[in-house]
Design a protein around this ligand. Sequence first.
Ligand SMILES: Cc1cc2nc3c(=O)[nH]c(=O)nc-3n(C[C@H](O)[C@H](O)[C@H](O)COP(=O)(O)OP(=O)(O)OC[C@H]3O[C@@H](n4cnc5c(N)ncnc54)[C@H](O)[C@@H]3O)c2cc1C
Length: 390
Amino acid sequence: MKRKAIVVGAGIGGLSVAILLKNIGWHVEVFEKATSFKSMGAGIVLAANGMKALERLGVAGEIKTLGKKVGKAEIRTWDGELLFQLPTKVMAERYGTYSYLIHRASLQEILLDKFDGSVVKLQKSVSGFLQDKSKVTALFSDGSQVEGDVLIGADGIHSAIRANLIQKDKLRYAGFTALRGICSFEDERYDLKKGGGFEAWGHGKRFGFSHLGQDRIFWFAAINAPEGKVIPIGARKQAALEHFKGWYNPIESVIQATNEEEILHHDIFDKKPLSHWGSGRVTLLGDAAHPMLPNLGQGGAQAMEDAIVLADCLSNTKDIAEANFKYERERISRTTKMVRHSRKMASMMQLENPVAIGFRNVMLQAVPSHIFASRLHWVVGHEVSRMNGR
Ligand SMILES: Cc1cc2nc3c(=O)[nH]c(=O)nc-3n(C[C@H](O)[C@H](O)[C@H](O)COP(=O)(O)OP(=O)(O)OC[C@H]3O[C@@H](n4cnc5c(N)ncnc54)[C@H](O)[C@@H]3O)c2cc1C
């Protein structure tokens, strides 16, 4: 009889593990609390390790078609002075692929098509679970139940499965809030063919601009702010324009070119790394297991790496608890390092003290770009499918 996986959440991580388990003959049911798959969203960058994971999922080609390679990656001061450039071509040659930026909705559609999204059950919110030696039962907030062999909580940063597994389940505010937008915009300095763009770093504020594919620009702004200060739709464009008044051209023009309704606003959180992700037949994956700040652009890639390792562990044994434990042991040190490093990067990128900023900028200009690239090797040069003979 086929073994059955219950996957909670149809985000990047949930769909990735669903595809991989289906490929090895499991019966997979995915439950998603949202009422539909929204086309609203933002861009997501997929570095070489993410692209390698997407190759294993069999969809890297589609990502390259619908997304845009990051051919240029500059860091500038708020008023445009160049601090450094990542050697994107050299890195692409080293890892066999560029990083790509893609609209989240496109990434989700690609993964849904690969899995057969028509079988994802929408409007099904999981609130808890029960388990014994022979099965696990997912409990839904509508009172229904589903039984399976394994339950994978891929239900994101506010995971209900994690809340059932862990006491005192608290998130940590990053100290900054994010505005994100998508628009059509052209600037001959940032050639569409080359792709990529720049980040400009100011005092407690940062603005990023990059080609998204299909002739669009994705931008984000990270702004130091107290937690919970809501910027409602209708006020977001104006808030962004005020924050970035007088900054490096084309920042104000890009914000001006964006429809108010296309601007997202979220406070940013992570979580102190956990020492366990699961219990018996239940485990966590992606943001549910290890929410991290977006400063390394690795949350999505880490969710996919988790999915590959978990599917491999489950394929190699009949003992589900043992497979979950092996998966957790293999993934926890890398994701813990990612969470910590993302936080460290955030404190360096969101500096407010002018003396510290001056020192940081001098350092950035002094260090050769190949040194930066080698410091990122543990992040982007990792190929999860080649580990431990799986
Ligand atoms: C501002 C920002 C920028 C980012 N930029 C990048 C980037 O450039 N590159 C990158 O790799 N990562 C980036 N990330 C991180 C990335 O978005 C996440 O790490 C990634 O989406 C995690 O995928 P996931 O599948 O674990 O969770 P999610 O994508 O959050 O998916 C979880 C799914 O579970 C569903 N769900 C939740 N609760 C329940 C429930 N109880 N029952 C059923 N379904 C449920 C949700 O509706 C959702 O569909 C960024 C994050 C932020 C906030």
